[in-house]
Design a protein around this ligand. Structure first.
Ligand SMILES: Cc1cc2nc3c(=O)[nH]c(=O)nc-3n(C[C@H](O)[C@H](O)[C@H](O)COP(=O)(O)O)c2cc1C
Length: 182
């Protein structure tokens, strides 16, 4: 490799190190891992999400950040509702399964689930579930943040430990998505 080539490789490595440092920094923010269920009466689907948190007490609101390229997004918007299924520390396989694009397949077909009273998909093995009604949304770079009102929910396994996003490593492939500098 030429001196110029070595220099370029060093710069690239430096940039990757910085990007890795930012990825690591963001992994120090704690998140749970959830399966978001959607159904608009014609189609249902579900996808893994970590960017979800409570944002108000009165009314009881959650914020969910969604990549609008996901096939679930159109269904969520059409229905104006979604379910949040809380995964447990032993359920990383479910996070991986629902973290893949549906690509024409029914991801729910291989997993035990049922509809809530309002026909949102609930995983039989979830630790807890919530049902949310779309309130409004705001653009957030390459994602859309949905603010939704929590309208129902239940704890199924009160003693189980929820799965942490940190424990999923790079399951979502996010390490390659962080910028190289702030
Ligand atoms: C651990 C993990 C966390 C994820 N968090 C989010 C998230 O918060 N928001 C999001 O839009 N996608 C998130 N994803 C990516 C989606 O689950 C993934 O792109 C999925 O294929 C979308 O499914 P769909 O195209 O069938 O709707 C996450 C994936 C994993 C594995």
């Amino acid at each position: 490799m030429s001196t110029a080539g070595k220099g370029a490789a060093r710069i690239r490595r430096g940039l990757n190190d910085m990007s890795d440092a930012i990825a690591k920094l963001f992994r120090s923010l704690t998140h749970g891992v959830y399966v978001i269920g959607v159904n608009d009466g014609e189609r249902h689907n579900a996808f893994t999400a970590a960017w979800l948190c409570q944002v108000a007490f009165d009314p009881l609101l959650l914020a969910l950040s969604v990549n609008p390229g996901h096939s679930s997004w159109k269904i969520l918007k059409a229905a104006g509702r979604f379910s949040v299924n809380v995964l447990g520390s032993e359920q990383i396989e479910l996070a991986a399964h629902f973290g893949k694009p549906a690509a024409g397949l029914d991801k729910l077909a291989s997993v035990p689930w049922h509809y809530s009273a309002r026909r949102m998909p609930i995983l039989d093995d979830a630790l807890a579930w919530l049902e949310c009604a779309y309130s409004h949304e705001t653009e957030a770079g390459d994602h859309v943040v949905v603010i939704a009102r929590v309208i129902a929910g239940e704890v199924i396994k009160p003693d189980a430990i929820p799965l942490g996003y940190r424990e999923t490593g790079d399951l979502d492939g996010s390490s390659g998505l962080y910028p190289e500098s702030f």
